[in-house]
Design a protein around this ligand. Structure first.
Ligand SMILES: [Zn+2]
Length: 67
């Protein structure tokens, strides 16, 4: 039985999933140890893969100032 070669191929598959991630909040890049990443290790934001925290955007004063 050669379990070692099977384990190696499994590890390679996982390595494909564990690619470098970029936090869109603090622009921190890191290599995750787990396949499931919930928070950024630097800013701890659970929305590290999203740009905005709120789904809706209200009109800002800067938009009105651009007139
Ligand atoms: Zn971050």
């Amino acid at each position: 039985m050669s379990l070692t070669s099977e384990n190696l191929s499994n590890a390679k598959r996982f390595n494909i999933e564990l690619k470098q991630l970029l936090c869109k909040r603090c622009l921190h890049e890191w290599l995750p140890r787990k396949t499931e990443v919930r928070t950024c290790p630097k800013c701890r934001s659970p929305y590290w893969d999203r740009k905005k925290e709120r789904p809706y955007v209200r009109k800002t004063k800067t938009e009105e100032a651009n007139k």
